[in-house]
Design a protein around this ligand. Sequence first.
Ligand code: UN1
Length: 494
Amino acid sequence: MTDFKNFIAGEWVAPSTNAYFENRNPADTRDLIGRFPASGVDDVERAVASAQRGFDLWKRTPAPARGDVLRRVGDIMVTRKEELADLMTREMGKPLAETRGDVQEGIDTAYYAATEGRRLFGHTVPSELKNKWAMSYRRPIGVTGLITPFNFPLAIPTWKMFPALVCGNSVVFKPSEDVPHTGHVFVEILLEAGLPPEVIQLVHGMGEVVGKAIVEHAQVPVLSFTGSTDTGSFVGETAGRMHKRLSLEMGGKNAQIVLNDADLELAVDGVLWGAFGTTGQRCTATSRLILQEGIHDRFVARLVERARALRLGDGRVAGTDVGPLVHEASREKVEKYVAIGRSEGAELACGGSRPTDASLAHGFFFEPTIFTGVKAGSRLEQEEIFGPVLSVIKVADADEAFAVNNGVKYGLSSSVYTRDVTVAFRALQDLDNGITYVNAPTIGAEAHLPFGGVKQTGNGHREGGWEVYEFYSETKVGYVDFSGALQRAQIDNY
Ligand code: UN1
C-alpha cells in the first residue's frame, strides 16, 4: 500500500490532518492505486505561503528562461507518454488511445508555452506629445490557484499551469480527487525539468475543504476552475466578493446537427466519437443529436446499429471502445437521467442499463444509450448528464436546428454536418457556442486555439491559444518623457 504525499514548501509531506482517501481503478475497483492526502486548511496555508516565496523568485526569472523549463517538461512528457497514458487510464478509465491524446495535448501546450516565453508581446505606440514614448507590457500577478477536473487529468492542468508559469506566476494545484496519481506524477515531472520547488505546490484533497480554502485565500489573486456549474457559481461568488481574477470552464449540452444533404456515414462516425468517447464525460461531449426529418429514420437505424457494436471494457485492454464512468455517483446520475427520459416520453433506442457481462461487474460501466423522440425543452434535452447518453431531436430544417442548438443555457461546442457552404457559414455565425465544427464532431479542440464557451459554460475567458496569456498576466503601461519639460497631456498639445 502506497501513501502518497503533498508537495508543499519544496518537500513531499504528509497532510497535517494525517487523513487519506483511496484511489481505485473505475474499471475494476479491486485494484487500489494508492491512498492520497485528504488535506486540511493548514496545508493550504503553508502551500500559499511557500508559493509566495516561489513567486518572488520566479517573477524575476526572464520569461524565455521560464519557457525553457516548460520545453523540458514537454520533452519529458514525450519520453514518458506511454507510462502517463497507462496510469491515467488506470485511475479514470478512458481508453489508452484517448489518454495518449491527453498526454499529447499536454505536450502541445508545453511547446506552445515554451515559445510564448519569447513573445508575451506588449505594444509601443506613439505618444500625443513630443519626445515621449508610450508602451504597454505584461507583468506576472502572483499565486494562482488551479482546480482541475478528472476527465483530462493531464491536459487541463497543463492548459492552466503552463501559461500561468510562463507569465511568471506561482501555482497552488489541486487536482480532482478522482485523478490524484496523474497530479502527483505531473508535479514530479515539473521538478525534474528544473522548476524551482516553491513555484509549484500540490495539495490533494476534497473540493469542499482544499478547493474552498484555495478559493477563499486572500493571497491567491488568480483562480482557474474547470468543473460543474454549481461549484463554479460558488467560486464565482467568492472571487467576485474578493475581487479576484477568475477563469471558469463549466457545463455543456453540445449538439451535433445533421442536415439532409450531409455525408451520413461521416456524420455517424462523428456522433459516435463525440457522444461516447471518454464515456460522454467531456465538457465538449455530444449529448444532443439534431436530425433533419428527411434523413432521421435512416440515420437513427445506422447509428443504433453502430452504437450496439461498441465494445465496453477496461480502457487498458486492446479493442475497448468505451471505458467505465469515473465513479458510482456518476453512474447513478446517468441512471437518474435514463429514468427522467422515460418519464418524459422519449424512446430508448439502445442501451439504458448497466451491462450484464460478468467481466464488467467490478467497474462503473454503463451501456452507450440513445433516446429518440426527445422534445426540445425537456429535462433530458436541457440538462448536462456527463455520461454516455445521447438525445435525438427531429427538426424540419436548418433554422429549427439552429434554434434547438441555441435553446439551452450552455454554449460550449456545436457541430453541423452539411455540404452546403452557405449553411456552414450561417452555423459559424449564428450558433451560440464558443466553438463550432463543420463536418467534424463537437470534441477535439486543438491546444493552440482559444477554448471556452458562452452563456453558462464560462465567464468570458478562454484557455489555450494566445488569449490565455492575457488572463495570467496584468497589463502595465509605461510613459517615458525625455523632453526635459513638463508636458501636460490633453492640454499642452491642443
Ligand atoms: C473538456 O471536456 O473539458 O476538445 C476538455 C476536446 C478536448 C478537450 C476537452 N481537446 O474534446
